[in-house]
Design a protein around this ligand. Structure first.
Ligand code: B12
Length: 211
């Protein structure tokens, strides 16, 4: 069935957690597809939050409230994305790069990958190149996934790849990158293996990287 998610988006933008969670549950109960709730309700709302922040009509505290509200709604959707695959397709170590604290996108990508049967090592936010190198040397994930939401933190992706090369580990791991300011061109330039624009295509990319 189709439905519009305006009330849900509005509640996310206002940071009204109770209303947003109720709207998410209502959408699930009425048979809306979880992916549609995520894309058209939650992510669409965060885009508007970003635009209002750029225009100077919303500020960091409100942005944070919207982010927390979104995260609570994502938690309600999470069970819907767990496919119940038992055998692991491979391990992905996911982190938001150094000096960057945005983790909603990284968490969504991790959640979708988990749903598709990958094991996730969540390194959290503000992850230094050294920390990525350490996880590769100690845990041997097949893929590392780096997220950056700030143009100022994208160079940390370059630094991480350089650090992997220096440690002699670059050929031991595939590197996947993403985040709003990141592009396929940038991925090519810095020698990453893949860029993906959203969580769905991140799953497809990971499956290609670890066939
Ligand atoms: C929420 C938010 C915050 C929250 C973050 C809370 C949290 N726990 O994450 C808070 C309030 C903390 C915050 C702080 C700041 N923010 Co902010 N924030 C946002 C906002 C509104 C939404 C981000 C988001 O969660 N989007 C929803 C998710 C689902 O989308 P996504 O992250 O892009 O992820 C998807 C894809 O990119 C991809 N993806 C993401 N990661 C990865 C990784 C891999 C491996 C792959 C394959 C794919 C992938 O898949 C995801 C799912 O589909 C954006 C605006 C925007 N529309 O992006 C601004 C934005 C990113 N912030 C911005 C700024 C400027 C800041 C601050 C500097 C503000 C300040 N003056 O203090 C600080 C920096 C703090 C820091 N050091 O990191 C700017 C960045 C401008 C730029 N290009 O550099 C933006 C674009 C807002 C704007 N329009 O100006 N922010």
């Amino acid at each position: 069935m189709t439905m519009d998610f305006n009330a849900l988006s509005e509640a996310i933008i206002k940071g009204n957690m109770d209303a947003a969670m109720q709207e998410t549950q209502k959408a699930l109960d009425s048979g809306s597809i979880p992916q549609a709730i995520l894309d058209q309700g939650l992510i669409a709302a965060m885009d508007i939050v970003g635009q209002r922040f750029s225009q100077g009509t919303m500020f960091v505290p409100q942005m944070l409230r919207s982010a927390k509200t979104m995260q609570s709604c994502v938690a309600l959707l999470k069970p819907q994305f767990q496919a119940g695959t038992i055998s692991s397709k491979g391990t992905v170590a996911m982190g938001t790069v150094k000096a960057d604290l945005h983790d909603i996108g990284k968490n969504l990508v991790g959640m979708m990958l988990e749903g598709a049967g990958f094991s996730i090592i969540d390194l959290g936010v503000d992850v230094s190149p050294e920390a990525f190198v350490q996880v590769v040397s100690e845990k041997s994930p097949q893929i590392i996934g780096m997220s950056a939401l700030l143009s100022t933190t994208m160079p940390s992706m370059t630094a991480t790849i350089q650090a992997l090369i220096k440690a002699g580990l670059r050929d031991k791991v595939k590197v996947m990158i993403g985040g709003a300011p990141v592009t396929a061109r940038f991925a090519d330039d810095i020698g990453a293996d893949r860029y993906a624009p959203d969580a769905g295509s991140a799953v497809a990319a990971a499956k290609e990287l670890v066939p």
